[in-house]
Design a protein around this ligand. Structure first.
Ligand code: UDX
Length: 460
């Protein structure tokens, strides 16, 4: 492949250092990107926080090096994502410097291979100054959509103009300058008090000396926003999404163990009949919402595959499905399959699955779009709200569920899966899948961007 270089007459691979942000929704796309770059001939070293560390045995061809992230038990148990990210950036700086310089000198000294650059998650912004001090080129990887980044960067401005703090965080009024979004769709953290969020936005969107922005989105979804961002930006903006489509199929980067038993259950269901329900790796439900969901799914009469992640119960009770009322379990019987964690990409690609009730994390959104699966959107916080708004009002491949209440869930599932009312959304999902395929195929926009990325790295 192209990246093999002759140096002193020796065949010589170039090495890339990847630094993900320590959450499932960020680790997945980073390792998928790494897996693509590995297939192009690069060697991959993943340096990662101790917190949420990826399992090295999932990618035997990568090298994994943990560094001290400086996170305390209190930081981790706070569940406060903004705090964890900020503390990790502050706390890891010197260890990161040490870790990176060791990798560089070790390689150069040993003549094994040299390090071309570091690719870091936008939220691990500290990497940029560390790379700079070591004269290593750096590339930013963004794992949420372009619409989210525009909305996030608007937040400090909205604050300066007096719109924030909100009078009413559920306001349906359009946000000035972001016409498609209502105030309730702004990508703010779960806590609602902005706290350190504003500073995080400033730090993460300062691209400083980065050489490029690599983005897990597609032109078919966000061409005009990407063009707008490119106009304001000195370095190439490269939409390479969805990266999972460029990684080998066997590839897995799950932090939790996948329960594959649901695949044989799916095999027994009829085409497009199953509603898949998952709220990703971070969203919570309380016990009442869990019960409403169970009744709503049961009453919809559609078969369902439901992921109830351990610890996802917000009251800490970790309610299990065996504890739901017996009458309810009898109502759905064999029609429901419940697992703790699913092989989601495979599930969405399965012909039995006809709909996805989702929290609309960006990875789930891309995975669903690529398989043409229409969605019921139930965003919880942050970028999920922007994604839900775009899914329902721009791409029109889903609609929002206002309330986690049994009658509404039943109605939404029937609309999405069977009723005439949902026909347009089902058709749009199918069409959007076709447009996504055009981006991914050889010569498509994402494929071209990936080639540009490879060329750029080779030029370092
Ligand atoms: C987080 C944020 O919440 C999200 O909004 C942001 O866009 C990325 O970071 P998360 O909530 O975990 O991510 O959602 P999502 O982005 O959808 O990522 C979840 C990943 O876990 C997906 O790649 C999905 O395929 C995988 N998954 C989920 C499984 O493999 N099995 C499951 O049962 C559920």
């Amino acid at each position: 492949g192209r990246p093999k270089m002759e140096k002193n007459g020796q065949k010589h691979r170039r090495r890339l250092v990847l630094l993900p942000c320590p959450f499932q929704g960020h680790i997945n796309p980073m390792l998928q990107l790494g897996s693509f770059l590995h297939s192009k001939g690069f060697s991959i070293t993943v340096i990662h926080c101790n917190f949420n560390s990826p399992n090295p045995s999932n990618q035997p061809s990568f090298e994994f090096i943990p560094f001290q992230d400086g996170l305390s038990c209190n930081d981790v148990s706070s569940g406060d994502i903004v705090r964890i990210i900020q503390r990790a950036n502050v706390g890891c700086k010197s260890h990161l410097h040490e870790c990176l310089s060791q990798i560089i000198t070790q390689r150069r000294g040993g003549q094994k291979d040299d390090v071309a650059c570091i690719i870091h998650d936008e939220l691990m912004y500290i990497s940029q100054s560390v790379a700079n001090s070591l004269k290593l080129p750096s590339i930013v990887f963004r794992t949420t959509c372009a619409a989210t980044s525009l909305a996030r960067t608007a937040i400090p401005i909205l604050k300066a103009e007096g719109y924030i703090p909100f009078q009413d965080s559920e306001s349906q009024d359009p946000v000035p300058g972001l016409h498609l979004l209502r105030f309730k769709d702004l990508p703010i953290p779960r806590s609602k008090t902005l706290g350190g969020f504003e500073q995080l936005v400033v730090d993460a969107y300062n691209i400083g000396t980065s050489s490029a922005i690599v983005w897990n989105t597609m032109e078919s979804l966000e061409l005009s926003l990407l063009e707008q961002i490119q106009q304001q930006c000195q370095v190439p903006v490269l939409p390479v999404g969805p990266v999972h489509k460029f990684a080998p199929a066997s590839y897995c980067s799950s932090l939790l163990e996948e329960d594959r038993s649901c695949m044989s259950w799916l095999g027994k269901q009829t085409k497009n009949s199953v509603i898949y329900v998952s709220m990703g790796s971070l969203a919570f439900m309380d016990e009442k919402e869990l019960t409403e969901m169970a009744w709503g799914l049961a009453n919809s009469q559609q078969p369902f595959l439901w992921v109830i992640r351990p610890g996802s119960n917000s009251d800490g009770s970790d309610q299990r499905i065996e504890e739901l009322p017996k009458v309810l379990r009898e109502t759905f019987g064999e029609r429901g399959c419940i697992v703790k964690w699913a092989p989601q990409k495979e599930v969405l690609a399965h012909s039995s699955v006809g709909g996805f009730l989702s929290h609309c994390g960006w990875n789930s959104t891309l995975e669903s779009i690529c398989e043409g699966v229409p969605m019921i959107c139930r965003p919880s916080f942050g970028d999920q709200k922007v994604n839900a708004r775009y899914l329902s009002h721009v791409w029109r491949v889903g609609f929002e569920l206002e309330e986690l209440e049994r009658a509404q869930i039943e109605k939404a599932v029937r609309k999405l899966m069977v009723d005439k009312e949902g026909e347009a959304v089902r058709e749009n999902a199918n069409n959007l899948k076709g447009k996504a395929e055009l981006c991914i195929r050889e010569g498509g926009s994402s494929d071209n961007s990936l080639n540009r990325l490879v060329d750029m790295i080779m030029s370092f």
